[in-house]
Design a protein around this ligand. Structure first.
Ligand code: AMP
Length: 286
């Protein structure tokens, strides 16, 4: 039988949709796992295992799954011997300590002797030890943010991204325990045949992630402005410059980091660029 790479992703939860979107953008056709625990890709030697998020590190360490998509926070919490292969740029969040907004909080020492509710006891313990604080850790598995309001804890330690859940519960973020985003993790001793399928997948993921961070930029400009515009553009190499049918004008094409577009747009216009178009790139191979 041909070897197949087994990748674990979340059965349900926040990471699932982005994980599936990434695999699909890599050209891998898979079902969404609604009524199944396992799905076979039709056009790539890959099987998906839909598992509980917190079980994934163990399955990767045991080799039941060769690799899996996880938040760094889960990896750090579970302390399994697996390796990060590539960071994926989604599910960015931080694990933070928050207290009621009415609390006078002079600094981390305030946590001394307090009760802190969390689903991440290991990460919190490491943070408290680093700051030489002894506190009581209450491990709860969900809805951590209501713990202070029902008198269960003085503080919480939970994942935060926009901060709106904390805000709705009258809490304020005070300490960042760690920062996290989704990574692809893998077993440390993969069979070479499986390793080479993983390498192909990583290559595809890299080209999708590069493409997401860049845009294709096209504009028309007087030929006399080309030199100035070229200096403004943070392109991959030098831009492509093509003549237009109208004498003295040309079309300039290049690829730029998405984040830079708004920084340079005014300069481009001031240099005579017109009809500026910016379009997404599907794949980008450097
Ligand atoms: P869940 O959907 O609650 O099972 O969360 C799965 C993973 O999604 C967590 O381990 C984090 O890596 C990530 N995550 C959870 N909450 C957030 C959040 N508020 N913002 C971004 N990512 C999050």
């Amino acid at each position: 039988m041909e070897p197949r790479l087994k990748i674990a992703i979340q059965k349900s939860g926040r990471l699932q949709e982005d994980s599936l979107r990434l695999l699909r953008e890599c050209g891998i056709r898979v079902d969404d796992g609604k009524d199944q625990l396992r799905a076979q890709a039709r056009n790539f030697p890959l099987d998906l295992l839909y598992l509980r998020n917190s079980d994934i590190p163990q399955y990767i360490e045991d080799g039941v799954a060769h690799a899996g998509i996880l938040g760094e926070n889960t990896w750090l919490e579970k302390q399994k011997d697996i390796r990060s292969v590539i960071s994926l740029g989604f599910a960015k969040c931080r694990l933070s300590v928050a207290v009621s907004k009415t609390t006078e909080y002079p600094g981390v020492q305030w946590l001394q002797g307090k009760r802190i509710a969390t689903s991440y006891p290991n990460s919190l313990r490491a943070f408290l030890e680093k700051h030489h604080i002894e506190a009581e850790i209450h491990e709860i598995s969900g809805s951590v943010e209501i713990a202070p309001n029902i008198g269960l804890a003085d503080a919480i330690c939970d994942l935060v991204s926009s901060g709106s859940t904390l805000f709705q519960n009258g809490l304020e973020e005070k300490e960042v325990v760690l920062r996290s985003e989704a990574h692809l993790y893998a077993n440390k001793q993969l069979d070479p045949a499986i390793g080479s399928i993983l390498d192909k997948l990583i290559f595809r993921i890299q080209s999708v992630l590069e493409a997401r961070q860049h845009r294709y930029l096209l504009m028309n400009a007087p030929v006399s402005s080309v030199e100035r515009i070229t200096q403004i553009l943070p392109g991959m190499k030098s831009p492509t410059v093509m003549p237009l049918a109208v004498e003295g004008w040309c079309s300039i094409h290049t690829v730029i980091p998405e984040a830079r577009f708004w920084d340079i747009i005014d300069e481009l216009k001031a240099s005579g660029a017109q009809g500026i178009l910016i379009t997404p790139i599907e794949k980008m191979i450097l």
